[in-house]
Write a protein that binds this ligand. Structure first.
Ligand code: FMN
Length: 160
């Protein structure tokens, strides 16, 4: 089975990028061939070929997506994308935000919904990292990542 994994992030001040890189280390330990790329640095013409993609994105402004995912997000919003275009894609979405803001984790919520609309298969429910958690981002990240790997490895078992 193909064990290529793409991790796409949108990050304003680096936290979502750190989380994406942490996930990539976890993936490589599980023998996935892993790329980590900012959404807007990714060649989106390849996107429909991807089989396994994790998205990590934060929130800035008042519920606004980070600058380095704006173009990719606009591309996903195109009205002429067929609603089954991502039916071969397994994916997962993790948001980073702060629940003291009214629009808590909005970009990841919108991204999750849009991916589902385009037919993507979600491996697990969206995760919400929260600056207000007493353990910081790890408070939600660690249990979410554990659940993610439990599900991913069921579908992509390690042979070694
Ligand atoms: N979090 C939210 O959930 N909703 C927001 O509207 C929101 N606005 C923010 C605005 C600013 C200027 C800053 C600095 C943070 C905001 N946050 C908001 C919290 C960030 O999303 C959170 O700190 C995240 O971990 C930052 O990740 P990043 O470094 O990858 O951008």
């Amino acid at each position: 089975m193909d064990r290529s994994l793409l991790i796409l992030y949108g990050s304003e001040t680096g936290c979502a990028q750190d989380v994406a890189e942490n996930l990539a280390r976890q993936a490589r330990r599980r023998h996935f061939k892993t790329r980590v790329i900012a959404m807007d640095d990714y060649d989106k013409s390849q996107f429909v070929e991807e089989k396994l993609v994790f998205f990590v994105c934060s929130t800035t402004g008042q519920g606004i997506e980070p600058a380095n995912m704006k173009k990719f997000w606009k591309f996903l919003l195109r009205k002429n994308l067929p609603n089954d275009i991502l039916s071969d894609l397994d994916c997962a979405v993790l948001g980073l935000g702060d629940s003291s803001y009214r629009k808590f984790n909005y970009p990841s919520k919108k991204l999750y919904k849009r991916l589902l609309q385009l037919g993507a298969n979600m491996l697990i429910e969206r995760g919400d990292c929260d600056d207000q958690h007493y353990l910081g981002l790890d408070g939600a990240f660690e249990p979410w990542a554990k659940n993610l790997w439990d599900n991913v490895l069921e579908k992509y078992p390690t042979t070694k």
